[in-house]
Design a protein around this ligand. Sequence first.
Ligand SMILES: *Cc1c(COP(=O)(O)O)cnc(C)c1O
Length: 354
Amino acid sequence: MSSTLFVHLDKLGHNLKVIESYLGKDVKRMAVIKDEAYGHGLIPVANYLENKVDWFCVAELEEAIRLRKAGIEKPILVFEIPPIGEEQAYKEYNITATIADISVFKRLLPGTKCHFNFDTGMGRLGMLPSEADEVLRKMDEFPDLNYTGVYTHFANADGNDEPTVDQQINRFLQIREKLPKDLMTHTCNSAGILYHSQKNYFDAVRIGVALYGYAPGDKTNTGLEAIIEWKSHLVQVKKICKGDTVGYGSRWRAPEDGWLGIVPIGYSDGVFRGLSGKIEVEIGENIFPQVGTISMDYMAVYLGENKFQEGTEVTILKNGNLSANKWAMLAGTIPYEITTVIAPKVKRVYLGDQ
Ligand SMILES: *Cc1c(COP(=O)(O)O)cnc(C)c1O
C-alpha cells in the first residue's frame, strides 16, 4: 500500500454543525455527495450522514442508484438531465429527477418526483427564465408528474458584495411567483450559506464543499476542518551530496550534503505535477520540502540532516497548514479539484464513525 487516505467522519459531523449554525431551524439540509463525495467516498459518507441530513444530492442517476442499493433511504435529488432510456429508474428507486430542460417533461414516467432547475445566470444546466410560462403549460400537459421542488444555482456566491447573487435571486423570485406555492425551494450552495443572507436560504440549502472542510472564497476562521489526512511513508532514504540533482529535468539541486527521502506517491495518485517543488510534507512534528519534479508514482523530500528510517510515516495532506486549500492556492485551483482527483487506487480508511 503506497498511501492511505484517512477520512475523519466525526469531522464531517463537526462541519455540518458549523453550517447548521448559519441556518434557521426550518431550513432543510441537502448534503451534496456527488463525485464520490468530492473524492472522499460516496457510500461511507452517505451512511454517516443518513440520520443527520434531510436530503442527498448527486450529479448522476447512477450515483443515486448506488445509494439506494446501499440502503440509503433519504430523498435523493439528481442534478443531471435524466439519461435517455433510463427514466424508469427514477420511479423504481424513488429518486427525484431534475427537469432542467423542457424536453424532459414528456420522457418522465407518471408519478416521478421532480424539481425544476432554472438557469438564472450560472450559464450551465437549467431552463431559462423566459421559459417559465412554457413550464406552466407543460405542468398542465403532464399533470401526472409529481412536481415537488424548484431551484437555481449561483455563479458567484463566494464573496459578500457580489451583485450577481441579487440579480439571480431577483430573476428566480419572478419565476417562483408563477409556480405553485408548495414547491420546495432551494438556491444556496456552501458559498451562498457562508456569504449571503438567510433570506436566500428558502426551504433548503445544498451543502457541498463545506461538509468536507473547505470554505469557498477567501473566508477564514469559519471553524470548518478538512476531514482528510493523506499518509504515506518513506520507501527509501539516501545520502545526497551538495549539488546533486533530483528527478526528471534535474530541476532541483541539493544545497548541502544531507538526506533525501523517497515517498511512493505521484501524479497518478492525484498530486499534480504542477505542484513540484511547491508543497511540503510532515514527518513527526516537522515540515520538510518536496523537491524535484513529482513523477508518476514517486516524489522526493529533502530531509536535511535527518536520516529517518525507511518506513517512517509521511503526511502529505491534513487539516491546517497542509490542507487541500494550501495546495489549491499553490496550483491555482480550488480545493474541490484537489480532493476529487485523489485517485480511486488510494485506499480510503474511515475513522470516527459512531
Ligand atoms: C456541486 C453543487 C452544489 C454544491 O456546491 P458547493 O460549492 O460544493 O457547496 C450545489 N448545487 C449544485 C447544483 C451543484 O452542482
